[in-house]
Design a protein around this ligand. Structure first.
Ligand code: GAR
Length: 216
């Protein structure tokens, strides 16, 4: 049984999609053992606790610098002996030491088709850039922000009358589909990292790309 720790900062809808997938038996032999947040007021902590999962806040504001917070966070995570750490809307830059400690077992979801639009405000930036395709990416985390071997992406169309909220909602619906799938592949031991590329063993290459509704 693989042990999963999820890190959140707020709403926690991606975390919820993973909890739902676990309940439906769609994560494989895995159990979400803890949800940690750097913000005590993160709504997702209540959702996790209501689902019977250990939910804990570590307020980053109580630490003098990034390194000391990351060290405390690592101890809190490691107390649960995770095989996989999942960033699900965890909106903090992680120190290099943290990222290296979880190298090869740290996944993130980002609301853009990486390497386009790393960082914040991805939907607004996609609209301003006039791209016709936008989406989301699940990737292994490396010390460079929003950069790392891509496991799975989903693409959505950008429509003429989109605003950032409508576009964000279309992307979020895809996030909720691809994150559980990527986590299941990890749990099944099917992800092989080769440089910046991820090979998904026993899976059609096409299944690492969701592109629904593009003709809309
Ligand atoms: C999601 O859209 C996620 O992709 C994004 O934050 C949102 C969290 O929503 N993450 C990032 O921007 C990380 N760079 P959620 O709390 O409802 O899952």
């Amino acid at each position: 049984m693989k042990r999963i720790v999820i890190l959140i900062s707020g709403r926690g809808s991606n975390m919820e999609s993973l909890i739902r997938a676990q309940r439906a038996g769609e994560l494989g032999e895995a159990r979400i053992v803890a949800v940690l947040s750097n913000r005590p007021d993160a709504r997702g902590l209540l959702t996790a606790a209501a689902a019977g999962i250990h939910a804990e806040a570590l307020d980053h504001k109580q630490y003098p610098d990034r390194e000391s917070f990351d060290a405390a966070l690592m101890s809190a995570i490691d107390a649960h002996q995770p095989d996989l750490v999942v960033l699900a809307g965890f909106l903090r830059i992680l120190s290099e030491g943290f990222v290296r400690h979880y190298s090869g077992r740290l996944l993130n979801i980002h609301p853009s088709l990486l390497p386009a639009f790393p960082g914040l405000h991805t939907h607004q930036r996609a609209l301003e850039a006039g791209v016709r395709l936008h989406g989301c990416s699940v990737h292994f985390v490396t010390p460079t922000l929003d950069h790392g071997p891509i496991v799975l992406q989903a693409a959505v169309p950008v429509l003429d009358d989109d605003d950032k909220e409508r576009l964000a909602a279309r992307v979020l619906a895809e996030e909720h589909l691809i994150y559980p799938r990527a986590v299941r592949w990890f749990v099944e031991g099917r992800l092989a990292i080769e440089g910046l590329c991820v090979r998904v063993q026993g899976e059609q290459r096409e299944n690492a790309l969701r592109a629904p509704d593009l003709a809309r």
